[in-house]
Design a protein around this ligand. Structure first.
Ligand SMILES: Cc1ncc(COP(=O)(O)O)c(C=O)c1O
Length: 403
């Protein structure tokens, strides 16, 4: 076979994709599957929005399936700017917004635009697994600060002061977080804001879950006003209006960075999915986004509580935190995994195979995720969530008897 490039093979296949494929395979083979893997919203998008979208598409198919300028539908960028004003009180010129094919394209384009191979970036550990892969792919050196359950997953400010220096090209912050679901507190934000200004560092703020909050509030970084010149904000429509399959998000930031991103996007994907852009435009301008969120958030919250209580009941030795936001529990399973003498990756594959319970191993989110599980709580109703967690505990008991 002709060669596969080293720049491609440097990225290792992710256990996450293999486990998701495993869950699909189990479903196809007729097994009952308890699937806690995907960062997928638990309910379909708003029904009224789907109907309006469909009617409008039939009336004007040309405009729904044409190319659009790479930066995105003008009307959508204006609607995003108004939405940011409404929810965050933040002023963003529509010209400083690029519509992307999901948040993940925003992550890629931002990193390519502001880093070179060999540059240093700062990640919090654990963090969204794709950032580790991107750091490898773009040949970035990673400095990190850990975030653990003991501090409610808040990184230590002293560590941040140590790692964010004049040598740092960019700091990546995810809040609300994946996998920990914490919202960074004011002290941490203030420290990061000061450090990126003082050291002239880009701040990549991933706000994918900014509307998925049950208690407390999202931190809008423009409160620390000088950070706006350093801020590249990465957003998605996958979570709030629940259209991950439409592949749509947006990034905003300083004009020179956005223009670089648009230039690159022109050679990667030309334009983001156009039907999705119309869909998002309708969601933002009709009041439906707000209505939809007020319907789904109480459902997600009740599912969160059910999953949390099930962990407390069936796996009392797990260290588990009931998070204020996002979609995931991130229990530390160390006592159990030590007793059954397995690492989290082997454990999750065996659990999937034997019980049809599919959860993600914490170590794919960073070293600090070792011995944890990432458990999506929004995608299944309460009884099913609880049942799968009960089955997890039965599985551990069986392994413990054998060990
Ligand atoms: C923190 C975070 N950022 C970005 C994304 C990317 O989402 P998408 O590409 O679907 O917009 C995800 C997906 O789960 C995520 O958890």
């Amino acid at each position: 076979m002709r060669k596969i490039s080293s720049r491609s093979s440097i990225v290792k296949p992710s256990p996450q994709r293999r486990l998701i494929a495993k869950a699909n395979e189990l479903v196809r083979s007729g097994r009952v599957v308890y699937d806690y893997t995907a960062g997928q919203p638990g309910l379909p998008p708003d029904e009224e929005l789907i109907k309006t979208f469909y009617e409008n598409l039939l009336k004007d198919p040309f405009n729904y399936f044409r190319y659009l300028p790479t930066k995105g539908l003008d009307k959508l960028r204006v609607a995003i700017s108004e939405d940011l004003k409404k929810y965050g009180g933040i002023t963003v010129d529509p010209e400083d917004i690029v519509v992307t094919s999901g948040g993940v394209e925003g992550m890629n384009l931002s990193l390519i635009s502001v880093t070179d191979p060999g540059d240093e970036i700062v990640l919090l550990d654990p963090t969204y697994s794709v950032y580790w892969d991107l750091a490898v792919y773009y040949q970035l050196k990673v400095k990190k600060c850990s975030q653990t359950i003991e501090t409610g997953f808040q990184p230590d400010v002293e560590c941040l002061k140590e790692v964010i220096t004049k040598n740092t090209a960019a700091v990546v912050v995810v809040s609300p977080d994946n996998p920990t679901s914490r919202v960074l507190n004011e002290e941490v934000f203030k420290t990061i804001a000061d450090l990126v200004i003082d050291n002239d560092v880009w701040l990549l703020y991933d706000e994918a879950y900014k509307h998925i909050i049950y208690e407390g509030q999202h931190v809008w970084i423009h409160r620390y006003s000088r950070t706006m010149e350093k801020l590249i904000s990465i957003n998605t429509f996958s979570k709030d209006i629940a259209i991950p399959g439409f592949r749509l998000g947006y990034t905003y930031g300083p004009r020179e960075v956005i223009n670089e991103m648009v230039k690159l996007k022109g050679i990667f994907s030309i334009t983001s999915p156009v039907p999705g852009q119309w869909f998002a435009y309708q969601a933002l301008t009709s009041g439906i986004k707000e209505k939809y969120l007020s319907k789904v958030l109480p459902i997600y919250k009740s599912r969160r509580d059910a999953a949390y209580n099930a962990f407390r009941k069936y796996l009392p030795e797990a260290k588990v935190w009931n998070p204020p936001a996002s979609m995931y529990l991130f229990p530390d399973m160390t006592p159990y995994l030590e007793r059954v003498k397995m690492n989290d990756i082997d454990f999750t594959f065996k659990l999937a195979e034997e019980k049809g319970v599919v959860m993600l191993p914490g170590s794919i989110f960073g070293e600090c995720g070792k011995n944890h599980l990432r458990v999506t709580f929004v995608t299944q109703p309460e009884e099913k969530l609880e049942k799968g967690i009960e089955m997890l505990s039965e599985f551990i008991e069986k392994l413990e008897k054998k060990a």
